[in-house]
Design a binder for this molecule. Structure first.
Ligand code: ADP
Ligand code: MG
Length: 733
């Protein structure tokens, strides 16, 4: 490309040219020059520093710069081909350590070329996976980039800080570095999302300089200043999106649903078989009060698994029914929707038999709408929803379909929020003639800043206590690499519990043994070991370790009738052991289940394990959760399992989980530079102060420029973030 050519922020990556851009596009999914420049270095190494060698573990991918201090070619007999092959043994020295490299070549001429490339005295950058071999760290066939011929020149021409980008399998850090450097030289129009007044108040450097300094800092000072600016940008854009949502909500009115004394809610309360906890009572009052206002409620109810969120939601729904409106309850899975319907109908008794013989006075109806309903039941449910006959309509995202109409939708309850996006809430709200009240429930406790970032448009209530009389749940890791015999002990515990008339869950990471992916699990860390699968394990257990027990399986690919049959049978105590995938993760409520064995537990995320274990210990009996894993006892996977075993504090666990997931997808957006937006530098855990300031600044900026017409770059960034959330939503449905 000739000098003077400029490319624009929006140009395709191809306009940057160079040898690597095609590979980069393929490996990272970046589309525009702006996307490319949004791939920030993961870290930086000082020239000559062999970074963090002490912290490294076998299998880690490292990149470092150093000088070749010895290089010896050794011919050897290849065992497979019986021909002569060549091994090049290289020692590379950096400031704080040295490392062995081995290269293997079949052809004499490539081996000789390599020997010249990696001659003693040359300086290069190397990137590969670490192996501990012959009492040394070594890299086998690492990628390398060699600098000028003599060490002194090479060092002189190198920057002091070398950016290291996360290498995707197919692109290494310097291919990214080179392409990004070219793009930086060519791009002329870096969009500035910050209003000048905000930038000044925050004492931030210009975005153009920040972008250059984040990629090619001359000093740590530059890197820090750049990160500070770009981090603030992320916070400001996110908070602007949320402030806009809040403003939109504040500008709307809702029908007040104050309830009616002596109505269905009061009668429900009279017959409730347990006393509400203090938390349920006070959160209930808060909600009752808000439902009575002419402003839509937007409330997040968080509470530990088993804290009794459902009854809080049901009471809110009944208040709306008492006010002549309807309530919709949106559940993330079919199994959960069915369970809600069953338990709500059971709790309501004849209060749910509206219009039927034997129905109580003023009773209502509870309709269930899921994707798998037979035509007749579906018609009935649709009719009950549209006529208003059903005061409560429960469903999966089948509820969002266009044919679903309500007579007067007054309240939307979303259970287990982490499965639903903002857009889905919006889709359901759109079915109401006036904006309905919204109650979102989640069992994953959320640190305050995360709540502010992710759910910035919601007020939060928390149920912090469990109802009295709950059994304790003990969690134990079963490390079958070190202690293979403990697995048999685990099955024995299952047999013992069943002998006491209790029930058990066995959870697998996948459905059938032939799947190559890890389907329903959050954390596919290591695909090498074969994973236990439901369809294989269930018959195996029934014939072996759990012979004589009633074993059934449950997973997402079973036909709905069959799923329903198995769930009902398990709930009725007609099945002793349920072998399943994570379909049971959310909300299942079978108080008699006391033991859970999670196989390949290292494949599951922290929150997921916490949710899973919330399925047991729901009755008065103590629960036991066994996390079986073949992970290396010294691995981070094992650490994670021990953390889960070590605490039942969901708050603490969600913190660990966020840290482990590097926080990237807390707003459902991957961290990888590939996506068009997302949080790269901002940490919702550590940057509380930045988030608070950005929130205030975004709110006051919106007051002066409500439609963002005065801030086109900000408007564009906001549009993209909103669009990516929408994309997320489309992928989920
Ligand atoms: P979660 O908050 O995890 O959704 P649920 O709403 O499913 O929890 O409640 C768990 C169980 O506790 C249910 O069987 C429910 O009937 C019961 N429960 C709820 N509130 C109370 C209470 N105050 N006292 C006793 N049991 C309760
Ligand atoms: Mg629940």
């Amino acid at each position: 490309m000739s000098a003077g050519v400029q490319v624009s922020w929006e140009s395709p990556v191809a306009s940057v040219g160079g040898k690597h851009y095609k590979k980069i596009v393929k490996a990272t999914g970046v589309e525009t020059v702006g996307d490319l420049l949004g791939i920030f270095p993961r870290r930086y190494v000082r020239k000559g520093a062999l970074s963090e060698l002490e912290d490294l573990k076998e299998g880690d991918l490292i990149s470092f710069v150093g000088e070749v201090v010895s290089s010896v070619q050794k011919p050897y007999q290849d065992k497979r081909t019986h021909k002569t092959a060549y091994r090049l043994e290289v020692w590379v020295k950096a400031e704080d350590g040295s490392l062995a490299l081995s290269y293997f070549d079949r052809q004499k001429h490539t081996a000789d070329w390599r020997t010249r490339e990696l001659a003693r005295g040359r300086v290069g950058m190397f990137s590969g996976r670490l192996k501990w071999f012959n009492k040394n760290w070594q890299l086998t066939n690492p990628d390398s980039r060699m600098y000028g011929a003599a060490a002194e020149d090479a060092y002189a021409s190198m920057p002091d800080l070398i950016p290291i980008y996360s290498s995707a399998a197919a692109v290494n850090t310097w291919q990214l570095e080179e392409t990004i450097a070219t793009a930086l030289d060519l791009v002329a129009d870096v969009p500035d999302v910050l209003p000048p007044a905000v930038r000044e108040a925050e004492d931030l450097i210009g975005v153009d300089v920040a972008l250059r300094w984040i990629h090619r800092p001359d000093s740590w000072g530059q890197k820090v200043a750049a990160a500070k600016r770009l981090k603030y940008d992320e916070a400001f854009v996110t908070q602007t999106v949320l402030a806009r949502r809040r403003a939109a909500i504040e500008a709307t009115v809702a029908n007040p649903r104050p309830g009616a004394p002596g109505g269905i809610l009061d009668r429900f309360d009279e017959r409730l078989s347990f006393a509400l906890t203090d938390g349920q009572r006070s959160v209930g009052e808060e909600i009752a009060d808000e439902l009575g206002r002419d402003h839509p409620m937007h409330r997040l109810l968080q509470g530990e698994v088993g804290s009794g969120k459902t009854v809080v939601a049901l009471r809110a729904m009944l208040q709306v029914v008492d006010s002549g409106g309807q309530a919709a309850l949106l559940a993330p899975t079919e199994v959960l929707a069915q369970q809600h319907q069953r338990s709500i109908v059971a709790m309501l008794g004849d209060l749910a038999h509206g219009g039927l013989l034997g129905g109580a006075d003023g009773a209502t109806r509870v309709a269930l709408l899921t994707g798998s309903l037979k035509a007749v039941s579906r018609r009935q449910a649709l009719g009950d929803a549209a006529s208003g006959e059903a005061g409560i309509v429960i469903g999966t995202h089948a509820l969002l379909e266009e044919q679903v109409q309500f007579a007067d939708l007054g309240l939307v309850v979303v259970d287990e929020q982490h499965r639903f996006g903002v857009e889905q809430r919006a889709a359901l709200s759109a079915k109401a003639s006036a904006l309905p009240h919204v109650l979102v429930m989640t069992a994953t406790p959320i640190p305050r800043t995360v709540a502010m970032t992710v759910f910035g448009d919601l007020d939060t209530s928390t149920l912090s206590e469990l109802p009295a009389g709950r059994g304790d749940v003990q969690t134990t890791v079963v490390p079958i690499q070190a202690r293979p015999e403990w697995l048999e002990r685990a099955w024995q515990r299952v047999r013992e519990e069943v002998a006491e008339q209790r029930q058990a869950y066995v959870v697998c990471a996948r459905i059938d043994p032939d799947e190559d992916g890890v389907d329903e699990v959050d954390a596919p860390l290591d695909r090498r070991a074969p994973l236990r699968a439901v369809e294989e394990l269930a018959p195996e257990l029934a014939a072996g370790a759990l012979a004589g027990l009633r074993v059934e399986m449950l997973h997402g690919r079973m036909v709905p009738d069959e799923k329903d049959r198995v769930m009902l049978a398990f709930a009725a105590g007609e099945v002793d052991v349920l072998v399943s995938t994570t379909v049971i993760e959310v909300g299942l409520d079978v108080p008699n289940a006391t033991v859970m064995v999670v196989l390949d537990a290292d494949r599951f995320g922290v929150s997921q394990l916490h949710q899973l274990r919330g399925r047991i210990g729901r009755g008065g009996h103590a629960g036991l959760c066994l996390l079986v894993s073949a992970a290396d006892p010294a691995s981070t996977s094992m650490e994670r399992l021990l953390a889960v075993a070590g605490t039942r504090d969901g708050f603490e666990l969600s913190r660990i989980d966020l840290e482990q997931r590097r926080e990237g997808n807390v707003i459902g957006i991957e961290q990888s530079g590939g996506r068009r937006s997302g949080l790269k530098l901002l940490s919702v855990l550590r940057d509380e102060d930045v988030i608070e300031r950005a929130r205030a600044a975004a709110t006051s900026h919106l007051a002066t420029d409500p439609d963002l017409s005065g801030s086109p770059a900000l408007a564009e960034a906001v549009r993209r973030l909103e669009e990516s959330e929408q994309a997320e939503y489309l992928e989920m449905t």
